[in-house]
Design a binder for this molecule. Sequence first.
Ligand SMILES: Cc1cc2nc3c(=O)[nH]c(=O)nc-3n(C[C@H](O)[C@H](O)[C@H](O)COP(=O)(O)OP(=O)(O)OC[C@H]3O[C@@H](n4cnc5c(N)ncnc54)[C@H](O)[C@@H]3O)c2cc1C
Length: 569
Amino acid sequence: MRIVIVGGVAGGMSTATRLRRLDETATITVIERSGHVSYANCGLPYFVGGVIEDEDDLLLQTPERLFDRFRLDVRVDSEVIGIDATNHEVTTRSTCDGQTEPIGYDRLVLSPGAVPVRPPIPGFDRARVLRTVEDAERLAADVTGAPATAVVIGAGFIGLETAENLARQSIAVTVVEAADGVLTALDPELAILIAAELTAHGIAVETGVAVSEVTTGGIVLADGRPIPGELVVGAIGVRPDVALAEMAGLALGAHGGIAVDAFNRTSDHDIYAVGDAVEKEDWVGGGNSLIALANIANRQGRRVADHICGLPTAGSSSLGTAIVKVFDLAAASTGWNERRLQAEGRRYRVIHSHPMSHAGYYPGAQPLSLKLLFDPVDGTILGAQAVGKEGVDKRIDVIATAMTGGITADGLADLELAYSPPFSSAKDPVNMLGYMAENVRTGACDVVEFGELAGLTEAGWTLIDVRTNEEHDRGSIPGSQNLPLDRLRDEVVAGEGPVVVYCESASEGTPRRPSCTNSGSRLATSMAATARGWRLTPPMSRIRFGSSINRCRSSLWTSLHHCARTEHG
Ligand SMILES: Cc1cc2nc3c(=O)[nH]c(=O)nc-3n(C[C@H](O)[C@H](O)[C@H](O)COP(=O)(O)OP(=O)(O)OC[C@H]3O[C@@H](n4cnc5c(N)ncnc54)[C@H](O)[C@@H]3O)c2cc1C
């Protein structure tokens, strides 16, 4: 069998090597436009920043090594410029000398990836983008010229990684983001922690304002302010590279990616497509989404090879599980965020929690901010987000795995997770989210929806901080009264009216509810506490991101709704 693969990186090379492992006799040809094959595009920002010092470390394979080991015919500096689907033939063109060549195929696999979005902003041509090793080389060469200032347009994953790595090179960096906050994969109350981390490391952050022009000395914002930038990087996002697919008359999906079936076959059954170029079945929504992530491209490549070789394969949907390092913090998410659930009109509930990354009594524990979104009726987990210095990846990966396995939000309570004090707590933060979800779903504690609290306090509800006097004195949620947990049972008395309680980290609210209720209060509402969440919301962010102040505060109020059992571990 003759198999031609277009694109020699994540999806393409996974297909090629898996094919060879399954079929020793197939003729496998990989056509790659850039000068490198199987390169680590995810490592490109770190090469620019000097974290990865040697460019060769980005090059995971060479055509020669791939021939020696897998007998793959890998042609770099060569692009596919046409597909004759009727005659099962592609036309390749050398990017060095322009020579063209037809290559016949029995099966064609497209893995051309995604192209950086280049908006029609005057002067944007000057902006560097990051897609290939050559792009990284150009940017690294610019950095070698020791520019004093840089502007990164776009505060998504690649934009933030690039900004951090430019800052590592002692460049004064400004990140400009048209959306209201950075890292819109996260909801604002978590994203603001990332914005604060950027500013704490000297990066200026401009959100809620677009770039109107790229000039020779920097950029001009839509509000007229100039921002200096000897170096300008465009990281506005990517769109599926569908040039070849369109040329071949293949069907595209509603989002502009290549439409594929459960086996990644396109509308031409002898042509497969994988990776960033294709639309994926969305795990949460059931429809299709554009998700550009390396894990998915690799998975799909392997599955396509299996299908071509006649192995039984099942399609899999995509969660969009992603993580990014921003200086000392990690931010990760899976599934949908609250913004998207709201926009799509989905039924959901929210839990926030601010546990420590491992047992608090063992040195080095770091606060985590976790958010879980789930369907309150059937418990389906719809999404999760995490920000912190330690243990972020583990928690999001566990939740993503639970989602894939169909484990509900309550089911997180019963996950048996590895524990010893340096790593976690006997009740892992993921277990705690499960307890909280269970309490919400069973009605074991009453909860208040987002934005309700201000109205409740106006209506006479009392906000009680159940931490110790010392903790309360060190800082509390404005308007709260301090009534330490051990005194709450006796001192919330009949006739005092409804109360809302909060503690340090969403772990001590629930046990009070029965006692409060029994005491004859009109209605006692127990809420998990987030005094830690309040402190974690950086004051600087509250000032700098004026439009987000309410959201920060609101998120705190939101997290007050959610209950947990007292933790011992
Ligand atoms: C800077 C950067 C950082 C990233 N970081 C992460 C990360 O941390 N985590 C993560 O999950 N994902 C990350 N990604 C995304 C990840 O790299 C992609 O999701 C993944 O590589 C997609 O694989 P793919 O095979 O679809 O496309 P790609 O890996 O992009 O490969 C497509 C290849 O096809 C070639 N090509 C296109 N058209 C033709 C043609 N006509 N003829 C020949 N060749 C062609 C291109 O030159 C390209 O090399 C990052 C991407 C970038 C650019």
